[in-house]
Design a protein around this ligand. Structure first.
Ligand SMILES: Cc1cc2nc3c(=O)[nH]c(=O)nc-3n(C[C@H](O)[C@H](O)[C@H](O)COP(=O)(O)O)c2cc1C
Length: 171
């Protein structure tokens, strides 16, 4: 009998043959979508990320995880400061843009924080952070940020699950 009478896939052990399945299983967890930004010597860099999580209120900490395989990895890993922008449902263009490339800021009206970090307008929430810790974690690194400043606005979030974007159905 399947678990609880509801059919699930066969139980798999993580490994090279199960990598696609593990990715799909992770994708069952619905998330919001963020864009993380840093300043580099070559200009501002952004990346779309859904590995964001809130961590601690006191001290105020959050996390996200850049992939080692990313061409943008060094910029994000090495940055002393970064900003996390929680995207609204009306910001899917920013999501796609910073999934495709980190240095395409054409037409993106942004300004710099007092610590030089590029800040995007219109996010549902924005957290300006100082890098507090870097924890190696397999093919990613978990970056812990200490929140120095934050702001927010009301609005519907952009959601991501099963490789697809969507919106909030609840009232
Ligand atoms: C919804 C979504 C969430 C993502 N989350 C992450 C993430 O948490 N960490 C990460 O390193 N890349 C993440 N990516 C991938 C990057 O946005 C980007 O597509 C990738 O870094 C492209 O490779 P490049 O950096 O070598 O150009 C995500 C992409 C999408 C569409």
């Amino acid at each position: 009998m399947p678990d609880g009478g509801i059919a699930m896939t066969e139980i798999l052990i993580p490994g090279p043959d199960a990598q696609r399945a593990l990715r799909d299983a992770f994708g069952r967890f619905a998330t919001g979508v963020t864009v993380v930004t840093v300043a580099t010597a070559a200009g501002p860099v952004g990346i779309t990320a859904n590995s964001f999580a809130s961590v601690s209120l006191d001290p105020p900490l959050l996390l996200w995880a850049p992939a080692r395989a990313s061409r943008r990895f060094a910029a994000f890993h090495d940055a002393e400061d970064f900003a996390v922008h929680v995207l609204g449902a009306d910001q899917s263009e920013l999501c796609r843009r910073f999934a495709a490339a980190g240095d395409d800021w054409e037409g993106v009206g942004h300004r710099r924080s007092d610590r030089g970090v590029p800040l995007l307008p219109g996010a549902l929430a924005r957290f300006e952070c100082a890098t507090e810790a870097r924890h190696p974690a397999g093919d990613h690194v978990v970056i812990i940020g200490r929140i120095l400043r934050f702001s927010q606005r009301p609005g519907a979030p952009l959601l991501f699950a099963g490789g697809r974007y969507g919106g909030f159905a609840g009232g």
